[in-house]
Design a protein around this ligand. Structure first.
Ligand SMILES: CC(C)(COP(=O)(O)OP(=O)(O)OC[C@H]1O[C@@H](n2cnc3c(N)ncnc32)[C@H](O)[C@@H]1OP(=O)(O)O)[C@@H](O)C(=O)NCCC(=O)NCCS
Length: 431
């Protein structure tokens, strides 16, 4: 029995770069048939962006487009529009992430698609919500991070590194794709009851802001009392009227910091993150494991509120304790005592960890040819009765003939589409 959750769901994927493709990637791995529309001869911009070999699609493309079909289609030609209309008529989901206004211009807005196929769910990604004064802006990852409170609250708050800072995590791109996936799945469930598809508008701004919720929590607190006890600035420095950057302080009420470990002079990732919880019992475990039993009777440290006021002394003392131990030794000692702790891991360390090749966390896909095998991050959760299969990515337009044939187009018609630039680049004019 095929237990793929989205078996039988047909998705027309009019997305490119990362935000949209990360959504349709997940849908494909959950069993949907995903037909990716790509401009003839051009394709998804990531095919040729950051290539490791001029003859191969980049890892950027490969990591986001496995198990999809590629239909080369110019949706601006009359034949292209007719083909897309036919595709939509038989689809369950249509997803696009072109610049604001582009889909309306092409004639495939939500209203049009809904007329063609009222059951079709329509997902769209844009930079900003429709109510925003920035709604017409084109957007990439950093635009989302700087406008949603992520950059202004990330990084150092003093010294030469005091600049709004980007997260290495794709809060604006893949995060938006994951948010849209939730909307699409909800709309498919809703359609079971209503019989009708709905329109999911997902902005990168909203997806990023959703992950900055705790920073809005901090703003509310700051507005009320003028300071934030968990921040490294407390109690010695002044707070402004906005949430400042907090270095490596943990985002909640527990006291967490990044500490240097043995080898930091040559290894930029020789660091460990250690958390002191607020609970009495948990703090006692940590104090004993660190050998700082005196903290248990010292009024500057033996309550969570007191520790908030003396966090700089805590950072300093733990830092002296970690500096002659490796990040792994610190992790072992403290985790055995029940203290939340983790080593800072480089991408190299993560991708060389064989235990993560468990069929889902990191997966190897055999693309064949010159590319061979490549690694990607699999479906980020497991399903008890379904194991995704991770297949190769399509060549540009590699499934055009199959898709057109399935739509009933004859060989002559398909030849005409190629010749008139609908499914293949227009031949160069004769000199
Ligand atoms: C990513 C982004 C900035 C790129 O903008 P862009 O360089 O203008 O590229 P687009 O792909 O949106 O559109 C370029 C053109 O190609 C056209 N096009 C794309 N695919 C096509 C196809 N298969 N057939 C015909 N035309 C096509 C578009 O209609 C558009 O034409 P227009 O300029 O005449 O309107 C923009 O698409 C955007 O802001 N998207 C929304 C947010 C987003 O998802 N960002 C990406 C995060 S990874």
């Amino acid at each position: 029995m095929n237990t793929a959750p989205l078996q039988g769901i047909k998705v027309i994927d009019f997305t490119e770069v990362q935000s949209g493709p990360s959504c349709t990637q997940l849908l494909a791995w959950l069993g949907a048939e995903v037909i990716k529309i790509e401009r003839p001869g051009v394709g998804d911009a990531t095919r040729n962006e950051l290539q490791f070999d001029p003859d191969c699609p980049s890892y950027y493309f490969l990591q986001l487009n496995s198990d999809k079909k590629s239909l080369a289609l110019d949706a601006k030609t009359p034949d292209g529009k007719a083909i897309l209309t036919k595709l939509i008529a038989g689809a369950d989901v249509f997803i696009e992430n072109l610049h604001p206004g582009a889909m309306d211009k092409l004639g495939f807005s939500w209203e049009e698609v809904h007329k063609i196929n009222p059951r079709c769910v329509y997902g769209t990604i844009k930079g900003f919500p429709l109510s925003s004064k920035y709604k017409d802006l084109k957007a990439y990852e950093p635009v989302a991070q700087v406008t949603a409170g992520a950059a202004s609250t990330t990084g150092w708050w003093e010294g030469p590194d005091d600049v709004p800072t980007q997260s290495g995590a794709a809060l604006g791109d893949s995060n938006t794709g994951m948010h849209l996936t939730i909307g699409i799945l909800a709309a498919l469930m809703q359609r079971e009851r209503t019989g009708e598809g709905s329109f999911i508008y997902q902005s990168m701004h909203n997806a990023c802001l959703n992950l900055c919720r705790i920073k809005t929590r901090d703003q509310l607190t700051l507005d009320r009392i003028g300071y934030l006890t968990q921040f490294p600035q407390y109690p010695d420095q002044k707070f402004g009227d906005f949430v400042p950057r907090s270095g490596n302080q943990e985002g909640s009420g527990v006291l967490g910091w990044t500490y240097k470990c043995k080898g930091w002079e040559t290894d930029p990732n020789a660091y460990v993150y250690v958390i002191l919880q607020r609970g009495e019992k948990q703090f006692e475990l940590a104090a004993k494991a660190l050998g700082f039993e005196d903290w248990l009777t010292n009024p500057d440290f033996n309550t969570a509120d007191a520790r908030d006021k003396h966090k700089q002394a805590i950072y300093e003392r733990i830092g002296k304790w970690t500096i002659d131990k490796t990040k792994y030794e610190v992790t072992e000692i403290l985790s055995k005592a029940g203290v939340p702790v983790g080593p800072v891991l480089s991408t190299k360390e993560i991708m060389s960890d064989e235990s993560l090749y468990d069929g889902n966390t990191l997966v190897k896909i055999n693309q064949g040819g010159k590319i061979g095998e490549f690694v990607t991050v699999g479906v980020p959760f497991t399903i008890s009765n379904y194991q995704p299969v991770y297949g190769p990515c399509p060549t540009l337009g590699g499934d055009t003939d199959e898709v057109l044939t399935s739509l009933g187009y004859t060989a002559d018609e398909q030849a005409r589409f190629k010749a008139n630039g609908t499914t293949a680049p227009m031949p160069a004019p004769a000199k």
